[in-house]
Design a binder for this molecule. Structure first.
Ligand SMILES: NC(=O)c1ccc[n+]([C@@H]2O[C@H](COP(=O)([O-])OP(=O)(O)OC[C@H]3O[C@@H](n4cnc5c(N)ncnc54)[C@H](OP(=O)(O)O)[C@@H]3O)[C@@H](O)[C@H]2O)c1
Length: 260
């Protein structure tokens, strides 16, 4: 895959899909800026990437502070000379209907999942416009395409990511800047673990029940989502822009609940 030597910034790369993506980019010869709030984990991931012969640097940032978005892009350019790929992956999930979602949960979801994608992209697009090339991959969600009962804030935020993806792709297509999104289905990360734990009862049984409702009868691994992100970021996807790549074990192909 044509990623060798590219300068890549992955938000939310201290765990889960972002961590798997950072490792996958580095394994393909990209230079990767790892970021998140958790400095210990971010530095440990970079140390492991470097021990394996890759190139990675950590920059701590809380994306609820919009000033951090400009800083992350500047840091990447300072360290690696340019910014070829931005992966807007950081995200939070709060469960709740309109009646049970707190103001805090709504605000955090919109700030991290939507506003940070906008401010990160704006900072990156300035740099990519000046370079005359670049690409953005947003981690949206299958729940940005379909409704899910009990997750109004999260679904609203991921729907917004899908629409930002389309609009930014159209605005910048003629400049040679591509913008795409992956829409993962349920993926085995800390986010999913927290959601299953919050359901109460037996965790393993919750996971089995969850998987039973997916056509492929299992949740995704973070590495499976990372490979799709890598494809969209690579020159192999040179004519792909404004699209949403659904990676969900078949969920989106069904018209309703998918029983065993
Ligand atoms: N897991 C799934 O089933 C699934 C399905 C569809 C879409 N997604 C999406 O995939 C993306 C990655 O999620 P995941 O499943 O890998 O979850 P995760 O393991 O909980 O990772 C979330 C990442 O976001 C970062 N983050 C959260 N709030 C942040 C903030 N205020 N500032 C900076 N970084 C922040 C976290 O880093 P720190 O804690 O270090 O700040 C962490 O690296 C999210 O956008 C999620 O919505 C996940």
């Amino acid at each position: 895959m044509s990623i060798q030597g590219k300068s890549v910034l992955v938000t939310g790369s201290t765990t889960g899909i972002g961590e798997a993506s950072a490792r996958a980019f580095a394994a393909q010869g990209a230079r990767v800026l790892v970021t998140g709030r958790n400095e210990e984990r971010g530095r440990a991931i970079c140390a492991e990437i470097e021990a394996d012969g890759g190139i990675a640097a950590f920059c701590q940032a809380d994306l609820s502070d919009r000033a951090q978005c400009d800083r992350l892009v500047s840091e990447t350019v300072q360290r690696f000379g340019r910014l070829d790929v931005l992966v807007n992956n950081a995200g939070v999930l709060h469960e709740g209907t309109a009646l049970t979602t707190s103001d805090y949960a709504w605000d955090e979801t919109l700030t991290v999942n939507v506003s940070s994608v906008f401010f990160m992209s704006r900072a990156a697009l300035k740099q990519m416009s000046a370079q005359g090339s670049g690409c953005i991959v947003n981690t949206a969600s299958e729940w940005g395409l379909n409704g899910e009962p009990g997750f109004v804030a999260y679904c609203a935020s991921k729907g917004a990511v899908v629409q930002m993806t389309r609009c930014m792709a159209l605005d910048h297509a003629a400049e040679g800047i591509r913008v795409n999104a992956v829409c993962p289905g349920e993926t085995h990360t800390e986010m999913l673990d927290r959601m299953l734990q919050d359901q109460g009862g037996d965790f393993d049984e919750n996971l089995r029940n969850f998987a039973a409702g997916i056509p492929m009868r299992r949740v995704a691994t973070p590495e499976e989502i990372a490979r799709s992100i890598l494809f969209l970021a690579s020159d192999d996807a040179s004519y792909v822009t404004g699209t949403t790549l659904v990676v969900d074990g078949g969920n989106d192909a069904t018209a309703g609940a998918y029983g065993p």
